[in-house]
Each structure stands twice: as structure tokens, then as C-alpha cells.
Design a protein around this ligand. Structure first.
Ligand SMILES: [Zn+2]
Ligand SMILES: [Zn+2]
Length: 143
């Protein structure tokens, strides 16, 4: 199971692989403070996503792993558009986009801190993206 997160203490970006149950506290690789101050017991034991282990928000959403898809997509787009940019390449791009979209796994993401959870067995239980909840957290941040 894999996490892509910003440390809540120093904002350093960490990508960590976790194996449950967690025996030792997971520390930020930059400031060495514990990352999962809000990890519930269920999270520590088997990686349950009942709340965000980093910021304690109770809401997470599920989506395709767009960041990864975009990364792959852009490389391909760059290569394709270099020599020609006629209509045909656009159709190919759309097809390619669709293929990439289909091949990308789902991830869970925290509304509040944006942490990404990859390859957790519990992702299927997380609710799909909800704009109202997203707006709620965005308003919290701007206040
Ligand atoms: Zn840190
Ligand atoms: Zn969070």
C-alpha cells in the first residue's frame, strides 16, 4: 500500500510504502516527526480509511488515479504532436486518453489535505467524489 502525502509538519513530500499492521510510527523523511497523528486503530491494524490518518478529516473520496494517468498521457501527447498536429492525432489522443483512463487504478484522496492512498484494499468502500463536501473543505481552508 502506497501513500503520496505532504508532511503536516514541514510540507515535505513523502511517498511511502506501508505494510499493515504498522508496528512503528511512520516518520517524515525530512523532519522525522510522526506522520499519522490521526491514524485510527483500524488504520494502524489493517489500513482502514475511516478517516484521514494525517489530518483527521472524516471525508475521503475515490477517483481514478488521474495524476499518474496525466503523467503517462503527457509524455505520449508530446511525442505524438511533435511531427504533426492534424485531426487524426486528436482522434488518436482521445482514444489513448480513454485507454489510459481504463488502465488506471482507483485511489482514495483526502478532501482536506490531498493525501493519496494507492492500492489500499479499502478504497472500494470510500465514497466517490462529492462537490458539496469538496466545497465545504475549501471554505474551511479559506476562512
Ligand atoms: Zn516533515
Ligand atoms: Zn487529510
Amino acid at each position: 500500500m502506497e501513500l503520496d502525502l505532504l508532511c503536516p509538519h514541514c510540507q515535505h513530500r513523502n511517498e511511502c510504502q506501508l505494510h499493515f499492521p504498522l508496528e512503528n510510527p511512520v516518520l517524515c523523511e525530512a523532519c522525522e516527526k510522526p506522520l499519522f497523528d490521526h491514524g485510527s486503530e483500524g488504520f494502524r491494524i489493517e489500513g482502514q480509511l475511516d478517516q484521514c490518518p494525517l489530518c483527521g478529516a472524516e471525508h475521503l473520496y475515490r477517483q481514478r488515479d488521474f495524476n499518474r494517468a496525466l503523467g503517462i498521457g503527457l509524455v505520449v501527447v508530446g511525442a505524438l504532436l511533435a511531427p504533426f498536429s492534424y485531426g487524426i492525432s486528436l482522434i488518436l489522443l482521445a482514444l489513448l486518453d480513454w485507454l489510459i483512463y481504463r488502465s488506471v487504478d482507483e485511489v482514495a484522496c483526502c478532501y482536506q489535505c490531498g493525501t493519496l492512498f494507492r492500492a489500499f484494499p479499502t478504497i472500494a468502500k470510500v465514497e466517490p467524489f462529492n462537490l458539496q463536501i469538496y466545497d465545504y473543505y475549501r471554505n474551511l481552508k479559506s476562512n
